[in-house]
Design a protein around this ligand. Structure first.
Ligand code: MG
Length: 344
């Protein structure tokens, strides 16, 4: 099996800012291409600041993984277990390899990945569209641009949170979810969640620090709004002990290290009586489409990372105002962004 890599700078429509304090107008990602018996599988590793993953580190780790790749792409379980042992802190790099192996397997079997996972494309699920932290005026502009999406996710964590939410509510009757990105104290969370319940928010993501499971459990008991944990939960191992602290889990390939572990996270969350959401960071269609192939399994989707990008090199899952249509082609089912014969 031959490995190739490529680093790509994704340009954002709007500079992105979160409660973690970052702001940037581009994000670098790394593609891993695995060539095997005339077929090529592609995978994507992206950055995640709070997990210490960046593009140069991801590229370096993927390159080192070349010697550990299987001669048979169907050996995904063993390969991923070995890579986790050797590269425990490189989820992003492992994710790229995991997606590429799955793409190869789907192409070898000539079936789309959702079928490989035993799923039907069924009725398309809807993804939320994320509105990043900004001034009240800018947020209003972005909500206007997102007209047509029936679910919005609003990032909070600025001193103007209440004003922002009032302005958003005035502009739209879309379903609204809020992501605090671990930005509140317990007291702030209680006050904000009461306010958010009053303006009809559906649920709140990660109100408190990622380590503070006890605080989240206390908040859950108050029953003001459902709580979904994101930063607190990386892999399936984190879920059972967090079950009392949340109502649902945000599962991302960047955290899990790929589709294999994301599938296990969905099963574990369900077994613990929790709801499931597939989320993402800024990403190209490679990673978003990979996640989307698991979408028939989960309750909610927040897979808009590719919609925030103006130079996505690939096309895969189609998001028509949030309605996710899975590609029917083998593997991930991707096409080059400039391939005009795509709709065959
Ligand atoms: Mg989040």
């Amino acid at each position: 099996m031959k490995l190739r890599t490529e680093t790509v700078k994704l340009i954002l429509h709007h500079p992105f800012e979160t409660a973690h304090g970052g702001r940037s107008s581009s994000v670098s990602i790394v593609y891993a291409f695995l060539e095997h018996e005339g077929l090529t599988g592609i995978g994507e590793g992206s950055s995640c600041g709070y997990l210490g993953q960046n593009a140069p580190g991801t590229l370096e780790a993927i390159t080192k993984m070349a010697d550990l790749l299987p001669s048979d792409p169907f050996q995904i379980e063993d390969t991923m277990r070995l890579l986790e042992e050797r590269f425990p802190d490189n989820q992003s790099a492992r994710c790229a390899i995991d997606i590429a192996l799955h793409d190869l397997v789907g192409k070898t079997l000539e079936i789309p990945l959702y079928r490989y996972f035993g799923l039907g494309a069924g009725e398309a699920k809807r993804t939320s569209f994320t509105i990043g932290i900004d001034t009240v005026e800018k947020v209003a502009e972005k909500v206007e641009e997102a007209k047509g999406f029936s679910i919005l996710k609003i990032k909070l964590g600025s001193p103007h949170d209440r004003e922002i939410m009032k302005a958003v509510r005035k502009l739209t009757d879309a379903t609204i979810r809020v992501d605090a990105n671990a930005g509140w104290t317990y007291e702030e969370a209680v006050k904000m969640m009461k306010f958010l319940a009053g303006v009809g928010v559906e649920f709140v993501e990660q109100p408190l620090r990622r380590e503070d499971l006890a605080g989240h459990a206390k908040l859950k008991k108050r029953g003001i709004l459902p709580i979904y944990l994101d930063e607190s939960i990386q892999t399936s191992k984190d879920i059972p002990s967090a079950a009392a602290a949340c109502d649902g889990v945000n599962i991302k390939l960047t955290k899990s290290g790929g589709l294999r572990e994301a599938y296990r996270m969905i099963a574990t969350a369900r077994a613990c009586g929790l709801k499931t959401m597939l989320g993402c960071m800024v990403a190209s269609s490679v990673k978003i489409t990979a996640s989307a192939h698991l979408s028939p399994l989960v309750d909610h989707l927040d897979l808009d990372g590719n919609l925030l990008v103006s130079n996505d090199p690939y096309r895969g899952v189609i998001s028509a105002f949030g309605e996710m249509l899975l590609p029917d082609r083998p593997g991930l089912g991707l096409a080059d962004a400039y391939d005009t014969d795509w709709h065959d």
